[in-house]
Design a protein around this ligand. Sequence first.
Ligand SMILES: NC(=O)C1=CN([C@@H]2O[C@H](COP(=O)(O)OP(=O)(O)OC[C@H]3O[C@@H](n4cnc5c(N)ncnc54)[C@H](O)[C@@H]3O)[C@@H](O)[C@H]2O)C=CC1
Ligand SMILES: N[C@@H](CC=O)C(=O)O
Length: 353
Amino acid sequence: MKIYNIALIGFGGVNRALAELIAIKNPLWERDLGFRLNIVAVSDLHLGSVISPNGLDAKTLVEANFAKGGFGRLSGGNAEADNEAIIKTAPADIVVEATFTNPMDGEPAVSHCRWALNSGKHVVTTNKGPVAIAARELKALAKANSVHFEYEGSVMSGTPVIRMAEKTLAGAEVKGFEGILNGTSNFVLGRMEEGLDFASAVAEAQALGYAEADPTADVEGFDVRLKVVILANELLGANLKPEDVSCNGISKLSPSDIQAAAKTGRRWKLVGSAVRNADGTITGSVAPKQLALGHPLTGVNGATNAVSLNTELLGPVTMSGPGAGRVETAYALLSDIVAIHNAQSANFAKEAA
Ligand SMILES: NC(=O)C1=CN([C@@H]2O[C@H](COP(=O)(O)OP(=O)(O)OC[C@H]3O[C@@H](n4cnc5c(N)ncnc54)[C@H](O)[C@@H]3O)[C@@H](O)[C@H]2O)C=CC1
Ligand SMILES: N[C@@H](CC=O)C(=O)O
């Protein structure tokens, strides 16, 4: 049975949820997936950092309710985050990057990924910054170091849109897509339709763990813009940067706009889309749209996301599932680790044959 040592960079909602899952699900994963996870290091801006080569108790990490700098109290701990040393020197097989998404230049997460890959460690991440801004470089770095760079949770949380489109729909020829790609804004639009004001709806989304550290990214469309870039680059072979994608959010919609649309059987949705044009160029956009009841995205409610892929051979293929949430996103990290484990197991089997 395989044990993967992991280092957690960032210990907020998502990585904490992964630790919670590790505390209870390792025996199940060992039986069903063929591995267990052992946390050997954690580094967090607020809590500090800690390395324990034999492993930290996941339950204690989750339940201890550490205050600012609290990891400094642990053996091997430091009251300050020390990402570079942790990533480069912790005895980890996999670095789990779940710090804040920086929609401008992806830093410092891009550097976290570079340090890990250059140290021969796999990276799994839910952070959209490095994927939207530096995926090509990071994939090449992973290849050069014979490790994996996996990022299923960067779009639609634990709903496996990237792997589904790339693996299961290989050959179907994706020509474009449109989707609801931000759980917070979709949740906020739904709550406003029910009569809640914008600020209270955003506060609810924050409490539920859906929103970015700065929810401006959710409501102004910046988060969807990163996801449009990721999907367009992955599925359409584009080379878009965030600034190539036009972007408008939902903050200018008033409760009366939303309720007026509802009265006519329509719903406002924040739609992210990209299309391959006749000349081969790819155009991406993010904009609020009023959708009619029969549209496949109209009935997608709450933090649920959906994407409709326009394929040459199948026509539209629509996938829907959680787009945000702590456990839902931690599942994406697990699914990335399963992908690494399966690839490694296949390699070992090939070498042994
Ligand atoms: N929460 C969700 O539903 C989803 C989140 N994501 C992405 O996953 C990542 C993590 O999300 P959450 O855990 O919800 O965020 P969070 O805001 O709850 O936690 C982020 C943690 O990272 C720490 N941190 C920030 N910068 C750091 C740095 N430079 N070094 C060390 N630690 C640092 C913070 O102290 C915080 O504890 C974000 O990039 C987010 O965009 C992706 C899909 C869904
Ligand atoms: N804040 C994001 C989280 C996932 O990327 C959202 O609300 O969708």
